[in-house]
Ligand binder design. Structure first.
Ligand SMILES: Cc1cc2nc3c(=O)[nH]c(=O)nc-3n(C[C@H](O)[C@H](O)[C@H](O)COP(=O)(O)OP(=O)(O)OC[C@H]3O[C@@H](n4cnc5c(N)ncnc54)[C@H](O)[C@@H]3O)c2cc1C
Length: 442
């Protein structure tokens, strides 16, 4: 924690800005959705900023950066606060900088679809801006309505669009950044796609974004589709067949019946009678998806255009919204993330043999290393840390690649390795280690 005298001096130097000193706002703006993990909840619920600053202009942000450096106060960045791993939680107190007020589109090129926008722009608002011009974001989380562009690039991983465009950190999904360093005289840097990559999924530990440049994709009238299938192997086989075909599919999610029965219904969708695949597919893909579903012994149950977004969206049953919906029903549920080996059914059978019925299966089809793969976000009732460790080991033994959702650091949640480019950028742009301390372990 920062000594009170230092904090008061910092506050005085930031006079005139939108400062938050008092509860309950201090706590609200210090936390994200870490409660999905009982381990993180225990670790993070008492971490609160000593001061929050809400900035509305780039110059204000640069002023905050300079003063935090001058007073050597930890600075943690915040977008919309929808992260799941405490990415924007200040572990060492200090100042939280809320970037959600930086919400202007800087530039859009309708010929190439390249978009430059400030980090606080909400993703759905960006799509509302792009749609009339015939373009759409390539990737967006299921928190499309609330999450910010900067928070998604710094803290997100994948989402709707990942079957076509891969993971957020795959090269090509971030084309540039305007970045502020944390130094006596903060530098304002324009980074191209190669240099920007060191800041992609770095939890705001190695520079502050003031603008983000991303490619977009031609707009499609994506159709929300619900397919019901007789059992899991049939559903997974159909999902694999569809994702291997020459079809435009932006989202493909498998949910087992037990999960669906505890989740809210999409408007007008028939009652659940089996496992389901939830898809966002182009209109041209539907005439093939329908007969392929029937040939597999299932059926296309329900269809609706995604745009304009109204009511409960199909994507709000997918990705970590599945976890949200189930936890609304029973808050003892948590989840883990694992990339499944092939064949996925053998992996699931190995886990089922060990803990019959404990895991509730939720899988997402993504493109990983250029190939379609299943990533699992299985849900289970929390039974303590030792049980989680056993589960993690069982995932690894069965050939899965774990993306641990119950850890705090950039490295621990990913491959476990330190990305050299992220570290070099940390040394270069945050030489005193003040940005989001504790999250880049190395
Ligand atoms: C129900 C639910 C569903 C979700 N689904 C998905 C999903 O489908 N895919 C997915 O990837 N994630 C998902 N998430 C996690 C989260 O919603 C997303 O990653 C989201 O994009 C984070 O954006 P945010 O604006 O809330 O960022 P925040 O949580 O506020 O911040 C995320 C990180 O970005 C950093 N940051 C913020 N602003 C800046 C800046 N200006 N410069 C540098 N760093 C900055 C923060 O320090 C923090 O480390 C889900 C979460 C929930 C609760």
């Amino acid at each position: 924690m920062v000594p009170e005298a230092t904090l008061q001096a910092l506050g005085a130097d930031l006079a005139g800005l939108d400062l938050v000193w008092a509860e309950p706002l201090l706590s609200q703006l210090s936390h994200d959705q870490f409660a999905y993990s009982p381990l993180l909840a225990q670790r993070l619920q008492h971490c609160v900023a000593q001061l929050v600053v809400r900035v509305h202009q780039r110059e204000e942000l640069i002023r905050v950066a300079a003063q935090c450096y001058r007073h050597q106060v930890p600075l943690t960045l915040r977008g919309a606060g929808t992260g799941n791993y405490g990415q924007c939680v200040p572990l060492e107190g200090g100042l939280v900088l809320d970037c959600s007020g930086l919400d202007q589109v800087r530039h859009f090129d309708p010929a190439s679809g390249v978009l430059t926008a400030e980090p606080g722009c909400r993703l759905l608002e960006l799509d509302r801006f792009l749609q009339p011009q015939g373009w759409a974001l390539r990737l967006s989380p299921s928190t499309w309505r609330s999450a910010s562009l900067g928070g998604y690039i710094a803290g997100g991983s994948s989402g709707v669009g990942s079957l076509r465009w891969g993971l957020l950190r795959d090269r090509g999904n971030l084309l540039g950044l305007e970045l502020v360093s944390l130094e006596a005289e903060p530098r304002l840097l324009q980074l191209g796609p190669i240099e920007a990559q060191a800041h992609n999924h770095a939890y705001g530990t190695n520079g502050i974004f003031t603008a983000v440049t991303v490619p977009t994709a031609p707009w499609q009238d994506w159709q929300e589709l619900v397919l019901e299938l007789p059992d899991r192997p049939t559903a997974l086989a159909l999902g694999e067949e569809l994702s291997a075909a020459a079809l435009e599919i932006d989202e493909l999610c498998y949910l087992e019946r037990r999960l669906l029965e505890r989740m809210p219904d999409l408007a007008g969708a028939p009652a659940v009678a089996g496992d389901r695949l939830l898809l966002l597919a182009s209109p041209a893909a539907v005439p093939l998806i329908e007969p392929l579903s029937r040939a597999a012994g299932g059926q296309l149950l329900w269809q609706r255009p995604q745009w304009p977004p109204r009511g409960l969206l199909l994507r709000e049953l997918c990705w970590n919204h599945t976890t949200l919906q189930l936890r609304a029903h029973d808050p003892n549920f948590t989840y883990q993330v694992v990339l499944l080996p092939e064949p996925a059914t053998a992996f699931i059978e190995a886990l089922e043999a060990r803990w019959p019925g404990w895991l509730h299966w939720h899988l997402e089809r993504i493109r990983q290393g250029g190939r379609p793969r299943w990533v699992g976000l299985p849900l289970f009732r929390w039974q303590g840390e030792a049980q989680l460790e056993q589960l993690n080991s069982a995932f690894r033994q069965a050939g899965g690649l774990l993306f641990n959702s119950h850890v705090l650091s950039v490295e621990a949640g990913g491959s476990g390795e330190v990305a050299a480019d992220q570290l070099a950028a940390k040394a270069n742009y945050d030489p005193c280690g003040l940005l989001n301390p504790g999250k880049l372990r190395a």
